[in-house]
Design a protein around this ligand. Structure first.
Ligand SMILES: [Zn+2]
Length: 300
């Protein structure tokens, strides 16, 4: 029992990444889109004449500060919210932000997500007021708000089974959720339907959309789930890292190495200085998750 609780606590720590700081900092990314940092997962806010759209809401502990930071950007009604996935470090402020919002029909702000996010949050017994009730099951969804087209793309089996990318076409900003982070190796939440192939697919989708401005710098900006804003070149590096480590592990599996032997061979060694982490999502956890994902697929 004690062990089970420790495992759960450890897992929550992994999902939340770094401990939330006290202050919520606001950065203007580009066009109509801002990023709020300090609430666990990064938050994106789009503002304009029609109101406010919020992508992800951070951990529950910072929800009031997040709402205050949104209100600093705009006092117009919060009309729409989007969740990139179900984890509590990205959806913990859902209720607070939604209740403070107002749709044109006079309801709390509608939360849009892939239907798997609703399923996962229902399984986790999250209160109804936190759940995204405006769900979709198609590969993508688009709508127009604040003078620009907004595209939502579902990426199956990546960080979880409900991940979406959100692209603001006019502002030219893409919100990647935890498919792209600058702080750790990709977090594969196998229990929520994640897998390494989905990361490759999702990161390639980001690369399809993003365009660099000059000498591979600037242009489309990408807001990661955790860490600092990137551009296409950053996502190329991250995609290459995932592909290289996946291929190394796949090769070791083919050569008959056990998980312990693969861990000892350190297939991620040259990236550990950049993404290695001995606190939450460790290299060993990442290597093991890729191994389990690849070997499971083999037996299917
Ligand atoms: Zn997450």
């Amino acid at each position: 029992m004690k062990k089970a609780i420790l495992v759960i606590l450890g897992f929550v720590a992994v999902l939340q990444g770094q401990a939330p700081q006290n202050e919520i900092k606001t950065f203007h990314v580009q066009g109509n889109v801002y990023m709020l940092v300090g609430a666990g997962g990064n938050i994106a806010v789009q503002t304009g004449d029609e109101g406010v759209l919020v992508v992800d809401t951070g951990v529950a502990q910072t929800r009031d500060k997040v709402l205050a930071a949104i209100r600093q950007l705009s006092t117009k009604p919060i009309r729409w919210m989007i969740n990139t996935h179900a984890h509590p470090d990205h959806t913990g402020g859902n209720e607070t932000v939604s209740q403070a919002g107002l749709t044109v029909n006079g309801n709390p702000a509608a939360i849009i997500a892939h239907e798997n996010v609703l399923t996962r949050m229902t399984e986790a017994s999250r209160p109804v007021t936190e759940r995204p009730l405006n769900t979709f099951f198609e590969d993508e969804r688009d709508f127009y708000f604040n003078g620009e087209a907004i595209f939502i793309y579902h990426v199956p089996h990546a960080h979880t089974d409900g991940d979406v990318l959100v692209y603001f076409r006019g502002s030219d900003v893409l919100v990647a959720g935890d498919i792209f982070v600058t702080t750790t190796y990709p977090v594969i939440d196998a229990k929520l339907g994640g897998g390494v192939e989905g990361f490759v697919t999702g990161l390639n989708k980001v690369l399809d959309i993003t365009v660099p401005k000059y000498l591979q710098e600037g242009g489309t900006y990408v807001i990661p789930g955790h860490g600092r804003v990137g551009d296409e070149a950053d996502v190329v590096d991250y995609r290459d890292m995932v592909v290289i480590i996946r291929d190394r592990i796949q090769d070791m599996i083919k050569r008959g190495l056990t998980l312990e032997q693969i861990k000892t061979a350190r297939p991620a060694l040259d990236y550990d200085g950049r993404y290695g982490n001995d606190k939450s999502w460790t290299t060993a956890m990442f290597v093991e998750a890729v191994y389990r994902d690849l070997t499971q697929k083999k037996s299917n």
